[in-house]
Write a new protein. Structure first.
Ligand code: AHR
Length: 821
């Protein structure tokens, strides 16, 4: 039986008010078609225009940036896999019958637009837009349409209509389009039948030629009348979150100066906002802009956390670094954004906000300087932005992308991101117990189980266990956000996401429900608790391997379980066979460098897995002769956990990949020996280094014997390390109090009901509220058809006392609200 002892009188610290937050990024078409419910896809006709300064390959399927990073383009449709249901068309989402469409940049609506659509209609010709896998029409509901158009000759009569998939007109209007300058024409339609594959038709009873500068079709009813999709905002409201990080993510960084997220492009009339291609493979017209994000925060009572570009594009995608005027411009844009948010209406930017309908300042609580930036190129830019912003707006909390304090820089909050396995989150429930209390606050700004079967109950429980560990350390971990937030199920570029939707339905994954529970039950102070429970560990699997960091490692007589073993997978560099030995050599003279402070990466020159044996336990032996200062390693249980977001058409999911290799490594360097867990090139030490007495220029015999729960390392027959697998608790818990209540949260990650003895230092009522998130199977997930399959149940239970036993269901998150007597 597990035991939780809670000292309600020992108050450790107040709960962090903004511990649970949201992270919105326009990924998976979360913006247009999602939270920002534009129903017309390619409303500005610019989707098929490749990003500025980028080159297109011959068939238009891939563009390449000036720095050499390539991405799928597919004539502006984005990822190829999205196109399965979309009939090909030269102008994405728009189709013509008895009409000829073409893009005409000379006819654009204003200098911010890249082009216009010019249509030569034959008599009864028409064009139509199919939206994002259909325009959702719901009987009795209305939507608002507008377009900027001009006729090329005389007045042109157009019939604009919403229609069912089969073309049946549901509502229509006649618009007389005048020649000369562009004019805006508005209309409201009401659907007469449900059809989620609807269309918007523009028909000409008489032949004519018309230019369209910009179009839009939005639902008339939106959340609080502020333009956002109602059901999605209601789902956000239900998360009980306290802040919103926006607008990204990688889209803040972009892949060129032009595709970075730029404040001035996201305010003002939407048809005057320049569009740009996002990192996530599609173009945005920036209708969901800075003002809209701040309004969302106000409507949901969230503290805004604005992420700014501080002078560099995405470092993982062949970055551009900006200096001089370009950098100054970005800094000025950051300052302007802050003034727009919180300056009074007499300031230049505050006036723009007032003109946009919000005379009173918004809130702006946090600014994050950059996203996932690191290294020297980041540090000096971070410092520059921090100094200027802090001097002008000292009341704002500033977030750094890494532990910049290790580089001697002022650091208020450090952002840590974790995308990993369920085991990672379970094994790290104590991660923050020993963090420096004098260091910066920690923001776990992005996290999610992204490896293996994701979006399941088990993933939600692993993340929850980690978050309970965070709650036990909320004196320094003050903010957290799951990532990403939204996914249009028809346009998935990243998976999993907290909330999935199509054009008329939405649901939260199990993590969504876990977070709503955790954030909805907070207490006032965290109190001392002690948990005694069983320790579990993951099931190891994978191949043995040998790696060297430099050329010239000599390897011979490799055996697995006493049988000679050969290389089965060469992941890095070369293992050159000479007689009965291999000699390692690198291919690239110098591999990518990581210089994030505190990071512990290894860059291997050569890395090879041996044998075909994926048996969990084996004895792996080799004779190895090294060279001075050439750390080499024997690795066990090498595998490539399938990281879901990396899967696109170009990756083979079964291929063992160096970059995402996971294993345990025994590293020997001259006279020291160490063991570590290795994942994404990062080492996590598994104990102290050991001094060894080997001669570098001689062969020695190295042996690793794996056990179910660890492995032993021998040199020339002598035991050097006895390493144990990381473990995790069967029950993880946190406790907080209010004047009237004791709130106990616990996760049972095991496959059986766990009796948990709860011992308190105060008396409580027998009846208590228990909110439980569980399901029949740990792999259960929610879907559009079964949106609530994994969702919490609230019950009143009785039997609470100063000491009582709570039966925690198998695979469950439990929130117990005990009433003090
Ligand atoms: O959340 C998805 C992406 O993950 C974010 O854009 C980025 O910050 C991280 O790499």
């Amino acid at each position: 039986m597990s035991r939780i002892t809670i000292q309600t009188k020992e108050k450790r610290f107040p709960v962090a008010p903004d511990l649970y937050g949201l992270f919105f990024e326009d990924i998976n078409r979360a913006g247009d078609s999602g939270l920002y419910p534009e129903m017309l896809r390619n409303r500005s006709f610019e989707d098929s225009i490749p990003p500025e300064r980028c080159t297109l390959n011959e068939d238009g399927s891939v563009f390449t940036t000036p720095m050499g990073w390539s991405d799928q383009f597919n004539n502006g449709e984005g990822l190829k896999k999205w196109m399965h249901d979309v009939p090909p068309t030269p102008i994405p989402a728009w189709y013509a019958e008895h009409a000829e469409m073409r893009l005409d940049a000379a006819e654009r609506l204003n200098p911010k637009r890249l082009t216009a659509l010019k249509v030569a209609f034959e008599t009864n010709g028409m064009i139509y837009n199919i939206g994002y896998q259909g325009i959702p029409l719901k009987k009795g509901e209305s939507c608002h349409f507008y377009m900027f158009a001009k006729s090329v000759c005389e007045n042109a009569v157009l019939q604009v209509a919403i229609a069912s998939e089969d073309g049946t007109i549901q509502d229509q209007t006649e618009i007389m389009v005048k020649p000369g300058c562009y004019e805006r024409y508005d209309s409201t339609f009401t659907a007469t039948a449900d059809d989620f594959k609807g269309k918007l038709l523009i028909k000409a009873p008489e032949a004519c030629t018309v230019c369209f500068g910009f179009t839009s079709l939005m639902p008339s009813e939106t959340y609080k009348g502020h333009g956002m999709r109602k059901d999605l905002m209601e789902l956000l409201e239900h998360t009980n979150s306290k802040f919103l990080r926006f607008p990204g993510g990688c889209i803040v960084e972009g892949f060129t100066y032009e595709t970075a997220m730029r404040f001035p492009n996201t305010i003002g009339p939407v048809w005057e906002r320049p569009s740009h291609v996002l990192m996530w493979h599609y173009r945005t017209t920036n209708g969901l802009g800075f003002h809209e994000y701040l309004q969302i925060c106000e409507d949901l009572d969230l503290e805004p956390m604005y992420v700014i570009n501080c002078g560099l594009t995405c470092q993982g995608r062949e970055p551009e670094f900006f200096e001089g005027d370009e950098l100054e411009q970005l800094l000025q844009e950051a300052l302007d954004a802050v003034e727009y948010a919180i300056g009074d209406a007499s300031t230049p930017m505050g006036r723009k906000r007032a003109e946009a309908g919000h005379p009173e300042p918004f809130k702006l609580s946090y600014i994050e300087i950059g996203n996932e930036n690191s290294g020297e190129e980041y540090y000096w830019r971070y410092k520059k932005f921090y100094d200027v912003l802090k001097a002008k707006y000292p009341q704002i909390h500033y977030v750094s992308n890494t532990h910049t304090e290790h580089a001697g820089l002022p650091t208020e909050m450090a952002d840590e991101h974790y995308y990993d396995t369920p085991e990672f989150f379970l094994e790290n429930t104590h991660m923050y117990d020993n963090y420096d209390r004098k260091g910066p606050d920690i923001f776990v700004g992005e996290y999610a189980v992204t490896v293996g079967k994701v979006a399941t109950l088990r993933c939600a429980l692993a993340e929850s266990a980690f978050l309970l560990g965070v709650e036990n350390n909320q004196d320094i971990v003050t903010t957290t956000a799951y990532a990403p937030l939204f996914q249009n199920t028809d346009y998935t570029a990243w998976y999993p996401n907290l909330i999935a939707f199509d054009n008329h339905r939405a649901y939260g994954i199990p993590t969504y429900h876990a977070l709503s529970l955790l954030a909805g039950n907070r207490g006032k102070e965290a109190v001392t608790l002690n948990t005694e429970t069983d320790l579990l560990h993951r099931i190891p699997c994978g191949l043995p391997a040998i790696s060297s960091t430099k050329d010239g490692l000599h390897v011979r007589n490799v055996t697995i379980n006493g049988q000679p073993a050969d290389i089965s997978c060469l992941l890095e560099g070369k293992f050159i066979k000479q007689g009965d030995e291999y000699i390692t050599a690198s291919i690239q003279p110098e591999r990518e460098k990581y210089d994030s402070p505190g990071a512990n990466f290894s860059i291997d020159a050569a890395f090879a897995a041996f044998g075909s044996n994926t048996d969990n336990c084996c004895t792996f032996e080799a004779e190895i002769q090294s060279t001075p200062d050439n750390p080499f390693a024997l690795a066990v249980w090498c595998h490539h956990p399938q990281s879901v977001f990396r899967i696109d058409e170009t990756t083979d999911p079964d291929k063992l990949e160096m970059d995402s290799m996971r294993c345990f490594k025994w590293t020997v360097n001259d006279h020291t020996s160490s063991v570590s867990e290795y994942y994404y090139k990062r080492h996590t030490p598994m104990g102290d280094n050991v001094m060894i007495d080997t001669s570098v220029s001689e062969y020695h015999h190295y042996k690793v014997v794996t056990r179910e729960d660890g492995f032993d390392c021998y040199i020339d027959g002598e035991l050097v390390h006895r390493a144990n697998l990381p473990n995790y608790p069967a029950i993880t818990a946190s406790a907080s109090v209010t004047d009237d209540e004791v709130i106990v949260k616990l996760v049972n990650i095991t496959d059986r009901v766990q009796p948990v003895e709860i011992a308190l230092d105060c008396e409580v009522e027998s009846d208590y509220r228990a909110e439980i998130l569980t399901s029949a199977h740990p792999e259960d997930e929610n879907t559009l058809d079964q949106p609530e399959r994994v969702s919490p149940v609230a019950q009143t239970q009785s039997g609470a006392a100063q000491k009582f036993t709570y039966q925690a269901p198998a695979y469950s998150l439990n929130v117990l609200v005990l009433k003090r007597k």
